[in-house]
Design a protein around this ligand. Structure first.
Ligand code: C5P
Length: 306
């Protein structure tokens, strides 16, 4: 039975940010198949909006760039979030979920995770459940390693498989360009390639270096550029060698640093200011080495009810 409250809102919309990993340190594969991480996340100002409203049964629709690549069945993270939350409260997940997409799909920017976190907060509000932040974070961790960060936003260090978060201080606004590639890359496939490339080598325990944390605290983009690193980058480049030319194009146009975002294939360019962001985005777009380029800033707020 769906619980309907007479004062319940007719629809709830939540805005959720994308993320970039400024340090993605990956340890050896664990017995459960996941990898221990030291994952420094920054939320960036590219957003999806997730709207939920009461319906006969759980349905999902999606609009925006790459919407045709988003599954609309029970595997969609937003649908899974609604189902998990409803199950915990013994109610039916009778909602229509609409996702207005702006985060690149399967791009290594946690777009699916953002939709999961957004749907969770939206359903909790629609159903008047009043879950605590800890209860929501627990469900987020069950949904996926990056989902807790999508809920909290800002800047945080993820340990374990990335789901255990410690907030990080940031001292200013960082400017970014993101080059969106054609098609996606599967996260498990990229981790699998990481395992293949590191087979027979000693993979060190993952750590976030003090220089990175200091750069974030100071808001110094040049210092952050020197500390950017992604252990999944060789694996993403191995699966998608053309990304090397995209990275080089952004660097030649004046980016302070260029990196594959998460498991890719989106690439991220840290730039010194808004003007440089426009120049790097224009060069990337003109080069034909990516589908489109977007500018954004960080940190950005986590999931927010509109
Ligand atoms: O947690 P999530 O569902 O986002 O993970 C997707 C896939 O990425 C996992 O099935 C696993 O293959 C890989 N992964 C990993 N180690 C992590 C996070 C993700 O191997 N810490």
């Amino acid at each position: 039975m769906t619980r309907h409250r007479t004062d319940a809102p007719g629809a709830v919309t939540v805005r959720v940010p994308a993320k970039v990993n400024v340090r993605l340190a990956v340890g050896a594969a664990r017995p459960d198949g996941f990898h221990d991480l030291a994952n420094a996340f920054l939320a960036v100002s590219l957003h999806d909006e997730v709207t939920v409203r009461p319906a006969e049964a759980l349905t999902v629709t999606c609009e925006g760039p790459g919407a045709d690549l988003v599954p609309l069945d029970g595997t969609n993270l937003a649908a899974r979030a609604a189902t998990l939350l409803a199950a915990r409260h013994g109610i039916e997940p009778a909602v229509h979920i609409h996702i207005a997409k702006d985060i690149p799909v399967a791009g290594g920017m946690a777009g699916g995770s953002a939709d999961g976190a957004g749907a969770l907060l939206a359903c909790d509000t629609l159903w008047g459940l009043g879950s605590t932040r800890a209860e929501l974070l627990d469900i987020c961790a069950e949904l996926g390693s990056d989902v807790p960060f999508s809920l909290v936003g800002g800047a945080a260090l993820g340990t374990g498989r990335g789901e255990r978060l410690t907030p990080l201080d940031t001292g200013g606004t960082f400017h970014w360009v993101f080059a969106v590639a054609d098609g996606g890359l599967s996260t498990p496939a990229v981790y699998g390639e990481f395992d293949r490339l590191t087979a027979g080598t000693e993979v060190p325990a993952p750590e976030a270096p003090p220089a990175l944390l200091a750069a974030l605290r100071s808001g110094d983009a040049t210092a952050l550029a020197a500390a950017l690193a992604n252990d999944l980058q060789p694996a993403a480049l191995s699966l998608r060698p053309a990304l090397r030319a995209t990275l080089d194009t952004g660097l030649a146009a004046g980016a302070l640093a260029a990196i594959v975002s998460g498991s890719g294939p989106t690439t991220a360019y840290l730039v010194k200011d808004e003007e440089s962001a426009r120049a790097v985005a224009a060069a990337l777009t003109a080069s034909g080495t990516c589908r489109t380029a977007r500018t954004a800033t960080s940190p950005a707020a986590g999931a927010t009810i509109l």
